[in-house]
Design a protein around this ligand. Sequence first.
Ligand SMILES: C[S@@+](CC[C@H](N)C(=O)[O-])C[C@H]1O[C@@H](n2cnc3c(N)ncnc32)[C@H](O)[C@@H]1O
Length: 321
Amino acid sequence: MRSDYTEIFRDEGAAEQYESDNYRPGSFYSQVSARQRDWLRAFTETAFDVPPVHHDFACGTGRVLRMLEGLVREAHGYDTSGVMLARAHELDTPAELHVIEADGPVASTVDDEWPALVTCFRLLLNAPRDLRERALRFAAGILRGPDSGLLILENHGNASSLRHLRRPRAGSDRRFAELGHDEVAALLHRYGFELLTMQGFTMLTQGFYRPPIGWIAPALDSAVSRRGFLASRATNVLYVARRLLRNGRDPARVPAVVVIAAVAPGPAIAAPAARRAGRSGRTAAAARAPCGAAIPGPSAASRPARGASCPPRRRSTRRSP
Ligand SMILES: C[S@@+](CC[C@H](N)C(=O)[O-])C[C@H]1O[C@@H](n2cnc3c(N)ncnc32)[C@H](O)[C@@H]1O
């Protein structure tokens, strides 16, 4: 875990490198990201009866916010790096982007708008312990009970995968992080979340996507890695969880509200009203996730009526750098 984690992403070159290196077209990460996008879109349409409000913690350049374009009622991205958020804005990320402080409580901009989908991708693996806890505290502040929505976390360095073989020998000073399912489960448990399912997106590591087998590895990996029974061994895993505790007897209650800065508001997100119009308002209690697992969805009882007006949002007038 790096103590300078937050600072790394405030560097001018960080956003550029993140997009043009890690996520350049055709790269290992962009292929994994494309699979995640397909799955996440299908999942969101299946698990929610009405489009959720999306909150993406540590949203960076807006990768996950863009994945769900058109499928959510509203979208909010939160990050400490003005540089990453500026890049998200340049990429037409359809969300309100919020600069947040590096620690302390983070307030949601939307009060009690359920169902909500909270996502946190590519953070847990390399983040220091406090930041992992902060991400879960943020999610717990929005998802206050089983009916309020779902949390999806990414682990892009599963300790039970092939990637583990790259772990440096003792004594080597090479930086290497990996994250076990037990650590994720413990983190979820501490904040009152129940793990519902896991979904894998690659069984391999970056090196397999290069010659001599780079011509065949992506296709094979794509076919194999999304099989439900292989999720626990995948290099890249998403965890879907729901909150069991309700506030009131909740040790992870988010304390005071803090003012956050709205930067670079993106275009409004159109709720896919036509697509939803034919659906009944009943609960998606036994919604079937694309991976085949039964996902208890948020119940209709706690949702605002369709077309109901949203509570006013708290925003400061401060702009991002
Ligand atoms: C590896 S990037 C992931 C970006 C995005 N979630 C994705 O999957 O593409 C990690 C992000 O965490 C943000 N971050 C670092 N420290 C943070 C903190 N203390 N609170 C919130 N976000 C933080 C960074 O600015 C960076 O944008």
